[in-house]
Design a protein around this ligand. Structure first.
Ligand code: NDP
Length: 620
């Protein structure tokens, strides 16, 4: 039975989890590499400074690519690329027209962690709608060969103490993380609360009842007092816009819908894109296929990964340390540099040493300009080492030259791999440098670039995702009958803490635009956002309030702050990137760059309750 009633609570209990489509869906993440030469960065070339000549080179690299990123949504004939290839058909169920207290969109890390927090605090009338057939979110959809997390798994996986689980590798594979999501869901009773294969198509606020009406693609029309959007920041896949792509006669798919029914053995395979996904997939593809063509527009920075298995000593220690992962995550969160964070120094994270890097002893205070210059110089040195690593590993000088990125570290998503660069030394692997404008033609047989045809049996699109779920905000209709997207496009993105927005009462957006808190570890961010949602629900219970909205002034002030911190740190991100919608986003409209200052806004709001308007619905 897909829906039954719990006799104790009177609440509906769901059984809608779909079965896995095929046992072929399995794989590995980063391998352990023993060759020391592949596990260290060369020293920076002597005298490397970010001088005018190098600055001009970075600028030229950026300008050549500006405007090249042209994407299409996966609609019409391309909607087939969105089909769920990971699960059996949806579990049949009746459409729901009832009411719940809290409706959450998404069953990834954010949904799972929020459920844990809410249920522990006694909120039981919580319902989740999830597009996929099982939990996992990102880790449900992304199951391409080679997938792994880049934040060390001991800090990244939530609730490790509560589940008693210890990841097998320092950087766990996506397949292990997906299974861990299932472990969390089973252990904490999540499956009973989740409607799988259910996509929310619209959620509309009604002032008269103080409820959201949530419409789904399964014909549901549910009422909910609160709606929480927890469907992630890289949710909707996108395809590069390329002439003739509909003509291709071979097999084609996007990396987030990896088709394991397509046997790649002995095939000619092409992959378009060289972002974080492709960097992980390419070494695995090279192990299987007959010929591999990598179509690159912009190279990623390929840093050292240094994968390792969890040691028996660690397992023994952690089994006797009740707070081991929380303590580790707290130490991780103190690291203020992205590279230091993701390099994840074990001595520091395990508490053996107090500081995450050697202290220079200098305490000189720098002016903001001098501080920025120092950051740019340090950044340049790291990129020089990353470029030197390419020369040290890749034998063909033309291929090596094409693989060297000329932009600041962190400007595009940094990647890590000890097998990616050596892959280009293999005789059956070809890098096709399509810089600076990218692949622009596909025909029935394959990709055509610079007058050369590359015939392919299989074409993989590693062309990424819409950043910050732009589609999601179109379907949320607030007090004035306008969508959240409309509000933001007319008056600029305005939120309070990224979590709430005026005119959209009782709505919370986790990890959305302007959402601060957390650290370089995404799990910290969803912890902070989940704690905030829980705090608000408890506060409303205490206040006897039914509705909460935001006043105009606090969100204006907060949006101005987001703009200011974005502009102040912009020189560190001077490249074309999805982080700022390929240079088209307004400053402050997407990622929050204010670091710990988000907490100051949050704490002040929580102590004074000044930003909020609480209301009661009469008769309730
Ligand atoms: P990205 O958006 O990072 O990469 C898309 C790639 O497609 C870019 O290299 C882009 O080039 C290229 N591209 C687009 N159009 C063309 C074209 N016409 N011709 C040639 N190349 C083209 O997507 P990913 O899926 O790689 O990664 C998305 C994000 O997902 C990551 O940044 C990361 O945040 C996350 N992720 C995390 C992982 C982890 O934690 N381990 C692993 C994988 C992904 P250009 O750069 O020039 O635009």
């Amino acid at each position: 039975m897909s829906i039954r009633i719990d006799p104790d609570t009177g609440l509906k209990v769901f059984n809608t989890r779909a079965a896995k489509a095929s046992d072929k869906i399995s794989g590995q993440g980063y391998a352990v590499v023993n060759d020391q030469a592949l596990k260290s960065l060369p020293e920076p070339p002597a005298g490397a400074v970010f001088n005018a000549e190098e600055q001009a080179r970075y600028r030229q690299f950026k300008e050549a690519r500006t405007g090249a990123g042209d994407y299409i949504a996966l609609e019409g004939e391309f909607s087939k690329y969105l089909e769920d290839v990971y699960s059996e058909a949806p579990v049949p169920r009746e459409a729901l027209t009832d009411e719940c207290e809290i409706l959450v969109v998404g069953a990834g890390f954010a949904g799972l962690l929020l459920w844990y927090k809410l249920s522990q605090a006694g909120f039981k009338d919580v319902r989740f709608c999830e597009k996929g057939g099982d939990v996992g979110g990102t880790w449900y959809w992304n199951r391409y060969p080679g997938i792994a997390c880049d934040v060390e798994s001991y800090s990244y996986l939530p609730l490790l103490e509560e589940t008693g689980y210890i990841p097998t590798m320092k950087f766990a594979s996506g397949f292990e993380i997906m299974e861990y999501c299932q472990i969390m869901a089973e252990k904490f009773g999540f499956y009973d609360h989740c409607l799988f294969h259910t996509t929310v198509e619209e959620t509309r606020w009604d002032d008269a009842t103080g409820r959201w009406t949530v419409h789904t693609d399964r014909g549901d029309e549910m009422k909910a007092k609160f709606v929480v959007i927890a469907n992630g920041i890289l949710t909707t896949p996108k395809l590069a816009k390329i002439n003739g792509m509909e003509k291709f006669k071979g097999e084609a798919f996007h990396t987030s819908r990896w088709d394991y029914n397509v046997d790649l053995k002995d095939k000619r395979v092409g992959i378009i894109g060289t972002g974080a996904t492709a960097v992980q997939a390419i070494p695995e593809l090279a192990r299987i296929v007959k010929e591999l063509y990598v179509f690159q527009r912009t190279p990623s920075s390929i840093d050292v990964r240094d994968q390792r298995a969890t040691t028996p000593e660690e397992i023994a220690t952690w089994q006797n340390e009740p707070d081991w992962a929380r303590a580790r995550r707290a130490r991780f969160a103190k690291i203020s540099s992205v590279r230091t964070a993701v390099k994840a120094n074990d001595d520091y994270l395990s508490g053996k040493v107090e500081h995450f890097k050697e202290r220079s002893g200098k305490t000189e205070r720098l002016s903001p300009e001098a501080h920025m210059q120092k950051q740019l110089d340090d950044n340049f040195q790291i990129m020089e080492q990353i470029r030197a690593r390419v020369d040290a590993i890749v034998k063909d000088p033309k291929t090596a030259a094409a693989l060297k990125p000329y932009y600041s570290y962190g400007c595009k998503r940094p990647t890590f791999h000890d097998e990616y660069l050596p892959t280009f030394n293999l005789p059956h692997v070809t890098l096709v440098d399509t810089a600076p404008r990218g692949v622009s033609e596909i025909n029935e047989r394959g990709v055509v670039h610079d007058g050369v045809e590359y015939p392919l049996d299989v074409l993989v699109y590693a062309t990424g995702f819409q950043w910050m779920a732009t589609q999601t905000f179109e379907m949320i209709i607030g007090r004035e009958g306008k969508s959240l997207k409309q509000k933001w496009s007319e008056g600029g993105t305005k939120t309070f803490l990224g979590l709430q927005s005026k005119g959209f009462p009782n709505l919370f957006v986790m990890t959305g635009p302007q959402g601060g808190g957390g650290s370089f570890n995404f799990t910290d961010t969803i912890e902070d956002h989940g704690d905030y949602v829980l705090w608000m629900m408890k506060t409303m219970r205490e206040q006897g309030a039914d509705i909460v909205d935001i006043k105009a002034e606090p969100e204006i002030t907060y949006a101005a702050h987001c703009r200011e911190v974005d502009l102040a740190t912009a020189p560190l991100r001077d490249c074309v990137s999805y982080y700022d919608h390929e240079g088209k986003a307004e400053p402050g409209a997407l990622v929050y760059y204010g670091g710990g200052r988000w907490h100051k806004f949050r704490v002040h709001a929580q102590e004074t309750l000044e930003p909020y308007v609480f209301e009661s619905v009469s008769g309730q």
